[in-house]
Design a protein around this ligand. Structure first.
Ligand SMILES: [Zn+2]
Ligand SMILES: [Zn+2]
Length: 309
């Protein structure tokens, strides 16, 4: 029986990958095309209208840390680097949870991140502080260009899953899902804890707006600060640094020099004293059987590290 030709959705090689386009914006275009992003930042000021209560701040921090983990554990350590294995169903669950971070889709995120590793701090790196300074690496690279297109050539292994392509296309729907969940949480907390002064608009602003703006800038700090501040254990060809403070607030991503030396490791803190909360959470997740084969740095990387100290 003759073999059938691979269909676009079932074969890595058979996929017709769309052409990418990147367009440099002038200042006005940059504002016009990023109006939602700018409005989100300005909306933080509505905390002065809605006020504050402990349930609102708690909801803000819990949704912030949860989504930091969705970015670090799933978008970064799974989709970008494939540092552990999972089922196809849980892969789709991780992709969906990642979209709740409002940082575009899993394929977009992984494609840009893999490109960063291939071109770390060379002239093609889109968010290098060497090429443009702190603010360029932090947020300028996102606002000065149309960066909306996914880097399909970087993520052919992931693009063969139609459910991931679907989520990558419709990621914005998750913003609505998250907004609705934030409002529902607000209604619940207002009803359960009336004496705290929590109201649903207040919980909504803290959970949807403040938590998300915090999440964005903590993520961006790895592109900017983790290539500028800290120590260098490994003499990598880029400017990546290890920084305890960044590791604490980003759930382990601050061990960025380690990570650039061996991106295929599930843990970025290579030693027990390098606090890496994403690693602890992924380890606990592996106990459930949902993920397995968590990859570690090989012995020769530890030998290099011993020589460096
Ligand atoms: Zn980096
Ligand atoms: Zn990485």
């Amino acid at each position: 029986m003759a073999r059938t030709a691979p269909s676009p959705s079932s074969s890595e090689d058979g996929l017709a990958l769309p052409e990418r386009q990147e367009q440099r914006y002038d200042s006005w275009q940059s504002i016009r095309h990023n109006w939602g992003f700018i409005a989100f930042h300005l909306a933080v000021l509505t905390v002065f209208l809605v006020g504050v209560s402990w349930p609102a701040v708690a909801a803000c921090l819990i949704t912030f840390w949860m989504r930091v983990f969705f970015v670090t554990g799933f978008y970064h350590r799974y989709f970008s680097h494939r540092t552990f294995q999972t089922t196809r169903v849980f892969q789709a669950v991780m992709a969906f949870l990642g979209t709740l971070s409002i940082q575009k889709g899993p394929l977009w995120w992984a494609g840009h991140h893999r490109f960063h590793h291939r071109h770390s701090d060379d002239e093609q790196d889109v968010h290098s502080p060497v090429n443009g300074g702190f603010w360029w690496a932090h947020v300028g690279w996102l606002m000065a260009y149309n960066r909306n297109d996914t880097r399909w050539n970087e993520i052919k292994d992931l693009a063969r899953f139609p459910e991931l392509r679907w989520l990558d296309r419709w990621y914005a729907g998750s913003t609505l899902v998250y907004a609705a969940a934030a409002a529902a949480l607000g209604v619940l907390l207002e009803w359960l804890l009336p004496s705290t002064g929590a109201t649903w608009p207040q919980v909504f602003v803290w959970t949807f707006v403040v938590s998300t703006v915090l999440l964005w800038h903590i993520t961006y700090l790895i592109n900017s600060g983790a290539h500028m501040w800290g120590s260098r254990r490994f003499p990598t060809t880029d400017t990546s640094r290890n920084n305890l403070l960044l590791a604490l607030i980003t759930l382990g991503e601050g061990w960025h020099n380690n990570h650039h030396r061996y991106p295929g490791s599930e843990r970025n803190g290579f030693f027990w004293w390098e606090i890496d909360i994403t690693h602890y959470l992924l380890t606990m997740l592996s106990w459930t059987g949902l993920i397995w084969d968590l990859r570690r740095p090989p012995a020769h990387v530890y030998e290099e590290s011993a020589r460096a100290s």
